[in-house]
Design a protein. Structure first.
Ligand code: FAD
Length: 292
């Protein structure tokens, strides 16, 4: 199908984007990589009257350290993260892993990290990653700029705190300390498919090998990406052991509330969520030199 008729506006700055969005209110949608919005429009699941294309906005195209965070601008592509040299550093292994398994290489050339967070597909790979990495999103609108924690940003399926007349300008990932590593574990039916289940984990150890902090989150495990706080609490302050990993995995399986579909039954997906959290924790710890 072809999309319903719409007005196409090209923005050249953040201010111009916000002005267009405020002028057209609920009728307007931001166009970033177009990898979710355009298919939705073609199937007429989305019928925005106005599209505001942010691709010409040069000030949104960056991935850069910004004090204590890594800032990823709204038009930075998945493929730019995948190719970035800093992903070889184990501190960024969660981002390195996820950037290789989001969709397929063609989609990753256009799809953006921030667009994926704004789309907030329950099976999307970036929302769970942002939860485990304790990210925040920078939102700009009429009232100025606000920085929203990812927990607050992700409201429900395909819904975020970005309101009418607002846009997300960047996502900020806190720069992890040296004794931090992560892992993204995804089971998909074939390359380019959304997750049957996926787990994002990030672990920081202190000098004596105790887990100082753990981030654990799931994709395709509910109406929106799920943070497994019970697992995070169980891990924090403990020495890593096989029993501890099993306890975290069990907490993840309990917390997972997937939908049964062609990719698998509810039981299968809940079990898989636990298995993937255990695999992710083992891999993150192995990257820190702890074999379990
Ligand atoms: C074949 C195929 C396979 C895919 N497989 C996967 C997969 O395995 N895992 C996965 O996670 N994703 C997958 N995707 C989705 C893909 O990753 C999208 O790129 C991503 O979900 C959205 O990013 P985008 O930049 O293309 O956003 P767009 O499609 O441009 O926008 C998506 C939504 O977010 C809004 N939006 C975008 N940017 C902003 C902003 N800065 N401020 C406010 N609102 C904004 C738009 O208005 C729209 O509502 C797949 C897509 C395709 C086509």
């Amino acid at each position: 199908m072809i999309p319903a008729a719409f007005e196409y506006l090209r923005a050249h700055s953040i201010d111009e984007t916000c002005a267009y969005l405020q002028q057209h209110g609920a009728e307007a949608r931001v166009l970033a990589g177009g990898q979710s919005l355009i298919p939705a429009m073609r199937f007429r699941l989305a019928r925005p009257a106005v599209i505001v294309d942010i691709n010409p906005v040069a000030e949104l195209s960056y991935i850069r350290p910004d004090g204590a965070v890594l800032a990823i601008g709204a038009t930075a592509r998945d493929a730019e993260v995948e190719r970035a040299p800093w992903t070889a550093d184990r501190r960024w292994s969660l981002l390195a892993d996820v950037s290789r398994v989001v969709a397929d290489p063609v989609v990753r050339q256009m799809g953006t990290v921030v667009g994926s967070l704004c789309h907030n597909d329950p099976a999307g790979d970036w929302p769970a990653t942002a939860l485990a990495g304790r990210a925040s999103v920078v939102v700009r609108g009429k009232a100025g700029t606000r920085i929203v924690s990812i927990d607050e940003f992700l409201v429900d399926s395909f819904t975020t705190t970005v309101g009418e007349g607002e846009m997300a300008v960047a996502v900020h990932f806190p720069v992890p300390d040296d004794r931090t590593a992560g892992s993204y574990q995804k089971v998909e039916r074939k390359v380019g498919d959304f997750a049957t289940a996926a787990a994002a984990v990030q672990v920081s150890l202190d000098a004596n090998g105790t887990i100082r902090h753990a981030g654990v989150a799931l994709s395709a495990a509910g109406p929106c990406a799920v943070r497994v706080e019970e697992a995070e609490r169980a891990l924090a302050g403990q020495k890593p052991t096989a029993e501890l990993i099993r306890a975290a995995a069990d907490a993840a399986a309990r917390r997972s509330v997937p939908q049964g579909d062609l990719r698998g039954s509810v039981e299968y997906k809940k079990n898989l969520a636990g298995v993937l959290v255990a695999r992710g924790l083992r891999q993150a710890l192995a990257r820190l030199g702890v074999q379990l």
